[in-house]
Design a protein around this ligand. Structure first.
Ligand SMILES: [Zn+2]
Length: 319
């Protein structure tokens, strides 16, 4: 088995600033299948980088058949972005651009460090047979996003990672990283919420990815997936529950709950007037994610429920 690690330096926007990406390669170059895994493109989401840390250890003792590339922390720009003692990492502070939107870049005369990073990541992933981009949500059950083009791989991936649902769209409208890799199977994997970071979870999730890598022939077979396949639901059917007023959010339902349209899933309390208003579920379906903050503004999106029927069009991803 061959493995190597390299540090890839990126051009930085200011003198003295140093940016680099660590790339781990397993197997022989040009062997197939090629699998590309990255995490931390949203640099405030740490379940994925920890999963890839554990996966790397597992791969060091595995029989590699194809070629596997791992970028455990894909966004050094976002990882270094803190504002008033709070980590940012979802949007480029200088431009406001969501780090996982707008792929691929249109060429410009003055490429900046973020453009250089994006083009590096795409150059590593472009010819891969499998592109897995690891993310997480605020509070959520495991789920994934992909296109309808490879339903059998979607089933396999969901059953390896224990996803509760697969959200399907031919075009999400956000130009996320996975969609800029149309040559093979590409998916965005959501490993629960931002606080679901532990070695026990990451080790189990890394073993799930080993099962996937074995099943697609990138490594020697690892046995059967531990979970049942997840339902494929239209991304256009995932609807937002909106705050009826500004105030304090208290939840009456949790990610993973099946809810009915109109059912109160939370209360919003205005601490000044004392008025409490319910937050109705927008449709029947699985409440799969909730917002992080316990305060809200009127009209703000608080949660998503995955319904069975498409009900939206246009740009389907939250920003
Ligand atoms: Zn993300």
């Amino acid at each position: 088995m061959t493995s190597s690690s390299e540090i890839i330096e990126l051009p930085a926007d200011s003198p003295g600033r140093r940016l680099h990406v660590m790339l781990h390669r397993f197997g022989t170059a040009k062997s197939r299948p090629k699998v590309y895994l990255q995490a931390g493109l949203h640099a405030d989401e740490m379940p994925g980088p920890l999963i890839l840390h554990h996966l790397k250890s597992l791969l060091e003792d595995a029989e590699i058949i194809g070629e596997i590339l791992i970028v455990p922390l894909a966004n050094p720009i976002g990882f270094a972005e803190w504002l008033h003692d709070k980590p940012q990492g979802r949007r480029h502070l200088a431009s406001g651009q969501n780090f996982n939107r707008g792929f691929p870049d249109a060429p410009t005369d003055t490429p900046d460090e973020n453009a250089a990073l994006r083009s590096l990541l795409l150059s590593l992933s472009q010819d891969a047979d499998h592109v897995l981009d690891l993310h997480c949500d605020h509070f959520a059950v495991p789920h994934l996003y992909t296109t309808p083009r490879h339903p059998e791989r979607t089933d396999l991936l969901a059953s390896c990672m224990g996803a509760r649902l697969a959200l399907i769209a031919e075009v999400s409208g956000g130009h996320a990283f996975d969609e800029a890799n149309p040559g093979g199977f590409a998916a965005t994997l959501e490993y629960r919420g931002q606080f679901d970071v532990s070695d026990a979870l990451a080790q189990a999730d890394a073993l799930g990815l080993m099962t996937y890598l074995g099943a697609v022939g990138a490594i020697a077979p690892q046995g059967a997936p531990l979970h049942a396949p997840a339902p494929h639901l239209p991304l256009a059917g995932a609807l937002e529950a909106l705050a009826p007023q500004g105030g304090i959010v208290t939840w009456e339902a949790a990610p993973g709950d099946e809810v009915h349209k109109g059912q109160p899933i939370a209360q919003v309390t205005d601490p000044m007037t004392g008025l409490r208003l319910p937050v109705p579920a927008p449709c029947d379906g699985l409440l799969f994610r909730q917002e992080l903050w316990r305060l809200c503004l009127r009209g703000q999106s608080l949660a998503h429920v995955a319904g069975r029927e498409p009900a939206r069009s246009g740009d389907l991803l939250s920003d």
